[in-house]
Write a protein that binds this ligand. Structure first.
Ligand code: 5GP
Ligand code: MG
Length: 179
């Protein structure tokens, strides 16, 4: 088993790149099918979703736009429960069909906050596409329309997700090894 060290923690390989890419392609196929005539605006939630959004957008073939917002809620290994908005939306979402692109839906607190803000800003139809979901951690009643992969309730890094800022560049997903 492949083990890596990031700062004070060890992580074991859990989802290899090929599996990730296959799962991302399936989400892209579904979006191409479902939103073909909807002119969607994709909203990538930085930092974590940058890699998923990049790969996903290469599979999207329908007319669409992409923009970025930046939020932060994690502090080390644990969700703080508080969501900070660091870079907001520049463009109008009034009447737009939007697809929120997230790295992971964990407690759902971040997504609930994004969805209510997009509704308040006048978005029409709002879909959620997440690379990962931790179904056992969900604490909010939100609908996630596209889920590339579901994972257990363990802390992971790689493919955009970090441990204390590091590991986002890894092309595979690694799970923390508990000592
Ligand atoms: P939520 O608000 O759903 O609890 O948390 C969502 C955010 O927490 C995600 O967008 C992601 O940035 C971060 N997060 C949740 N679980 C993990 C994890 O296992 N690893 C990392 N690196 N970030 C996570
Ligand atoms: Mg995120």
């Amino acid at each position: 088993m492949s083990i890596i060290q990031i700062k004070d923690k060890k992580f074991a390989l859990s989802i290899p790149e090929v599996e990730i890419q296959n799962a991302v392609r399936k989400v892209g196929d579904a979006i191409n099918r479902d939103l073909a005539d909807k002119d969607p605006l994709f909203i990538c939630v930085l930092n974590g979703a940058f890699m998923f959004a990049g790969d996903l957008m290469k599979t999207v073939t329908i007319p669409s736009e992409i923009t970025f917002i930046k939020l932060s809620s994690y502090d080390g290994l644990y969700s703080t429960g508080k969501v900070k908005e660091i870079i907001g939306l520049n463009e109008s979402v009034v009447g737009r069909n939007v697809v929120v692109v997230e790295d992971i839906v964990d407690t759902g607190i971040t997504m609930e906050r994004i969805l209510s803000s997009l509704r308040a800003k006048g978005a029409n139809e709002i879909k959620v596409a997440t690379f990962l979901q931790k179904p056992d951690a969900l604490q909010r009643d939100i609908t996630v329309d596209y889920i590339a992969m579901k994972i257990p309730n363990d802390f992971i890094v790689g493919y955009g997700l970090d441990y204390d800022g590091y590991g986002r560049n890894l092309k595979d997903i690694y799970t923390v090894v508990s000592e």
